[in-house]
Design a protein around this ligand. Structure first.
Ligand code: GDP
Length: 358
């Protein structure tokens, strides 16, 4: 499954956030047999639709979609110089599908900042620079090789061109993600570059920032087109120990209406290019993870490969139509249930039953 790698300077709250990510127990309930690596935090994607579906279908349990975060330990400044930990750090980032950078915005004189001041833009630049340098080094090795290959094999020329275009972006100090509209991601894939990955920023803020809409908007704009999330990692950890009522009070006291982890799960899901569709029956109401743009047979394959191979049709009703009708039978009677074929592109909120041959 796809993962977001958590990176950030020391003392920005990575461990605190990661603890909050790993200490939620929703997963243990739903995936009792899954082995989860110690450096992987898995959070459920909040989806109130599942509760409603479970009512309509009398489902025994709810199974939400999940988002996986990998804790990427290690130094950052100087990582691209390649010494021991640095190499491991970069190798771990290479394995992740997106980069989730925790950025310190909280002021706390008791927590030392590695560079002596709280400056989100400068911190973001430190990390980006290391990744950009690592990519430049990768391309410096790859381009001479691609030039040789392109001389004897015509089909290698487009890859060489893509590599040169990428080099030009990096030389300007920009990430490849920021220039993704101008680059051929498919051709660059074989080079395993780091900055082509989508970025997500987690601004670890305190109440003074969280309640300051102008400051939040300014930070958000500073990292666009990347997604961003604002939360207080320390509060997130505290929330896990509180009952629902006290948790709601604590959130309200810092101007929030839901746990930051909810927003983080949604943003992580979006950054990875994922979406869900829904199934429901007496056993379970469940959200299944697919890629944005997946067709019906691909979506069926997530449940079982046989469903993709033997795909005939998908019986689909939009979640809102189903809830409005009140039951599957009533939705059918109202003409809201469609039969879709193998070219149908799945839409978020589709409630589905697949027809297939075995
Ligand atoms: P890491 O080095 O990035 O993993 O940072 P840690 O999670 O270990 O946090 C460093 C210190 O900052 C710890 O003492 C945390 O309790 C504290 N800390 C983390 N998040 C927050 C926050 O949102 N507000 C405040 N005031 N302190 C925090």
């Amino acid at each position: 499954s796809l993962t977001l790698g958590i990176v950030g300077l020391p003392n920005v709250g990575k461990s605190t956030l990661f603890n909050a990510l790993t200490n939620n127990d929703v997963l243990a309930a739903n995936y009792p047999f899954a082995t989860i690596e110690p450096n992987v935090g898995v959070v459920p994607l909040p989806d109130p639709r599942l509760n409603k579906l479970a009512e309509v279908f009398n489902s025994e349990r709810l199974v939400p979609a999940v988002v996986s975060f990998v804790d990427i330990a290690g130094i950052v400044k100087g990582a691209s110089e390649g010494a021991g930990l640095g190499n491991k750090f970069l190798a771990n980032i290479r394995e992740a599908d997106a980069i989730c950078q925790v950025v310190r915005v909280f002021a706390d004189d008791d927590v030392i900042h590695v560079d002596g001041r709280v400056d989100p833009a400068a911190d973001i630049e430190v990390i980006e620079t290391e990744l950009i340098i690592a990519d430049i080094q990768t391309l410096e090795k790859a381009i001479p090789r691609l030039e040789k290959e392109a001389r004897v094999k015509k089909d290698r020329k487009p890859v060489l061109d893509a590599a040169n275009a990428a080099q030009a972006v990096l030389d300007e100090g920009k990430t490849l993600f920021s220039a993704r509209d101008k680059l051929d991601g498919e051709l660059l894939r074989e080079l395993s570059l780091l900055t082509t990955k989508p970025f997500l920023y987690v601004f670890n803020a305190d109440e003074s920032v969280l309640t300051d809409a102008a400051r939040v908007a300014e930070l958000k704009a500073s990292v666009e087109p990347a997604d961003s999330v604002f939360l207080d990692a320390k509060v997130e950890q505290e929330l896990l120990e509180l009952d629902a009522e006290s948790a709601a009070e604590l959130l309200e006291s810092i101007g929030q209406f839901e746990p930051g982890l909810h927003g983080l799960a949604r943003a992580g899901f979006h950054t990875l290019g994922l979406q869900t569709y829904l199934t429901a029956g007496p056993k379970e109401a469940r959200a299944w993870t697919i890629h944005q743009g997946d067709t019906a047979p691909k979506a069926a394959g997530v449940i079982h490969t046989d469903f993709e191979r033997g795909f005939i049709k998908a019986e689909i009703v939009a979640y809102d139509d189903l809830i409005e009708a009140g039951s599957m039978a009533k939705a059918k009677a109202a003409g809201k249930v469609r039969m879709e074929g193998k070219d149908y592109v799945m839409s978020d909120g589709d409630v589905v039953e697949f027809r297939f041959n075995v």
